[in-house]
Design a protein around this ligand. Sequence first.
Ligand code: ADP
Ligand code: GLC
Length: 458
Amino acid sequence: MRIAFCSSEVYPFAKTGGLADVSGSLPLSLAALGHQVKIFMPWYKGIEPEKHFDDFATREYQGIEVIFIKNEHFFKRDYLYTTDKGDYPDNLERFSFFSRQILKVLKELNFSPDIIHNNDWQTSLVSMYLKIFYNDDDFFQDTKTILTIHNLVFQGIFNKKDFEHLGISWDYFNMHYLEFYGKINLLKGGIIFSDAITTVSPTYARQIQTNEFGCGLEGVLTEKKDRLKGILNGINYKIWNPKEDDFIYKKYAKSLKAKLKNKFNLQKEMKLAQDKDILLFGMVSRLTEQKGLDILTESIEEMLKKSQLIILGTGDLKYHKKLRKIQKNNKERFSLHIGFDEALAHKIYAASDVFLLPSRFEPCGLSQLISFKYGAIPLVNLTGGLVDTVSDLSKSGSGFTLKKYNRNSLIKLFKRAQRLFKDKKKWNSIVKANMKKDFSWKKAAKQYLNLYQDLSNE
Ligand code: ADP
Ligand code: GLC
């Protein structure tokens, strides 16, 4: 099949979170199964393409052609979507331009796709432009569209006054199309115009049809439930594998002694006591309410009485401040890094005994899958994709799971981890079993292909 994979961030070219991991790996697995795949993303600052054309530039990545849509004014900026002062005010213009341009460039490349696979609000309008502007165009006659929702909280909501920038008739500004409580909702448009919708875990696919998790779109999603499917993400073991990881201090496959060297070295680098018997918690995350920062910041001091903690992340200023304050009072036990740092992220996965992911909600979550591979036991709240990937150790599972989403429950769980850590034999056998788990993309890629095939046969 011919597949155009469209995303606003793709690892290793641009990344703010898991969407980039997915966009930089799922297409490779689809190609490995014998399909023709091209990736489309904006040409951001810092990216260096190999070939240049009028509207776009290209580069090979692991055998796949990546197409960077050109527009200096829109994309050569310091950030992808948001600065310290808030979202770029012209995000609707930027990403509707990107979406529309993808279709134009597909024609310029003479690449007539069987499937256009879009991701999140930034590319959700590709399917709308296809149906509005190219309905009678033979070139796209057999093209079907799918939209993957990675996080329903981000919908691309804009003021009505921006509507003119979309270049479509005002007829589409009503509740059956893009209008959402008087505003424009790009994700809603994507849901309505796409031939199929997926999200990144089976549990989240069910949750988003409820009031609690639907973020106002539960009605629209429930209406389309026959076309909505949850497909669990995988991870790329060429990038996330302690055996081949150039970022970490000491590579390891099975030897937990070698893993320990990573702990010692990171403790040293972070100016924490070099002690193998103190439990080291690690976290690499967007610092937002989604990721459990509210209950976490209330519980850290209790945790630090008997453990060390390293956090790498960036997000809400409110949490930067709170964490900085806690860190100031607990320098010997808590190392804090506000920012985005790929190398340090790898070192933290490799050094940690427990990885923290107490999310309030989590569409899939990749960090728990990465921590399995690196031998850090995940500590999670069972929601969304975490339900589909982690089960409690008391049920011969793979992680520490919260009973309730609150501070007390979290503190109890820290204590449980601290107790179990004393039983090294048991701990190591859990770690070893986790490291053998297989969450590669193979299975998910096949599920996507089945879906593509079903759509093509319609
Ligand atoms: P989300 O996409 O909701 O942020 P995921 O668990 O799906 O969560 O993916 C997060 C990805 O981003 C992981 O690869 C994680 O290691 C990475 N990541 C998050 N924050 C940082 C950071 N500050 N520095 C480096 N990598 C980060
Ligand atoms: C989103 C979600 C996360 C998911 C990632 C990749 O950012 O928050 O749970 O793993 O997308 O699909």
